[in-house]
Design a protein around this ligand. Sequence first.
Ligand code: NAD
Ligand code: MG
Length: 398
Amino acid sequence: MQRLTLLGSTGSIGESTLDVIRLHPGHYQVFALTAHTRLDRLMQQAREFKPQYLVVADKADYRQACELASQYQVSSEVLAGAEALAFVSEHQQTDSVMAAIVGAAGLLPTMAAARAGKKVLLANKEALVMSGQLFMDEVSKGKAQLLPIDSEHNAIFQCLPTDYVYGDPQAKGIARILLTGSGGPFLHTDNSKLDTVTPAQACAHPNWSMGQKISVDSATMMNKGLEFIEACWLFGLKPEQIEVVLHPQSVIHSMVQYNDGSVLAQLGHPDMRTPIAHALAYPERIASGVAPLDFARMADFSFRAPDFDKYPNLALAIESCAAGQYATTALNAANEIAVKAFLDGELPFTGIAEVNRSVLDRLKPCELNSIDDIIGFDNEVRVLASEWIGQMSQRALG
Ligand code: NAD
Ligand code: MG
């Protein structure tokens, strides 16, 4: 029986994780569920999975959560706040932690799980992008097992040799990693029309159903940029060892190219239950509820290089990856602010990359040697990005 803390249980990854667990009664026990919004849904989940703890991220929601728990006849203990998220991540009665909070808010509880030596199922790529080496150090000091949930990284993990040497792909004859991306909903949209696309259009991904933030990131391809940085940290790669390839069908989830010309790929329907089931059961294999691929009915596969004029955020992320930790932390923070402004109707779609670029241009390289440094810098960049957005709206009005 594997005991699991599910950070961000009401989100897209959270729900898919519970879908997989539901298929395997007796194998997984939910120790804690956490959420920030959709507290009604959290209570429904709690009624079904009977966790020991329920955590709401915001302390201001504590009373409401307690009232809802009694209304739904849920007997789990209700906790609230950032310390409570860390508490259920590092608790000795949990074996695994699914890190599925979106954005920087996931950093501290995910870090706590790594430090406590848990099996960490990492969906929250932003945590790794903002803290890179510090996060990987906690994983090795805590002897945690880090398993990628992001479908591309899960695919790469499956295609690497089992005795892969971290940071030394050449030792196993690996030439490069081919990180695939669909190109998002605007792959065929003329670049000149991008400044007028709406949040609803940006969130309508052709292949994947996901939360809003990652959907917008997929439309700008910042998601692929964050994944590029994520891959560098997860597998110890240099930027030049990764190539981004557009594959609009989203059936090949990524590939590993070897020196002898062989390319190993992992394929599947674009459904996160596959990587979730893979990581939950690793090194075993369990059913995920995803239908098998039917090759005879499959559309043709196509591939192309990304157009960096259409996706300036992808170029920015690759540049930041080479520039170092301060740049990727800054990019992630600026992007979270810019995406929110776009979703709130305060910034055009093309403004997201503009904000990210101007924030990065205005920063000087600096050392970030602790989590406090990271969080302090992340906050500074958020202020800078918000100011820039304010100035952009003033200019637009004037
Ligand atoms: P989502 O928006 O659907 O869900 C996010 C979850 O986090 C919710 O439970 C929400 O209540 C919680 N949350 C939001 N803000 C919070 C805060 N401030 N404090 C604590 N909890 C908070 O997001 P999602 O699509 O499930 O994505 C989750 C993470 O997984 C992201 O980092 C995303 O990049 C990554 N990911 C998602 C997918 C996907 O298919 N959805 C694929 C790969 C990676
Ligand atoms: Mg992905």
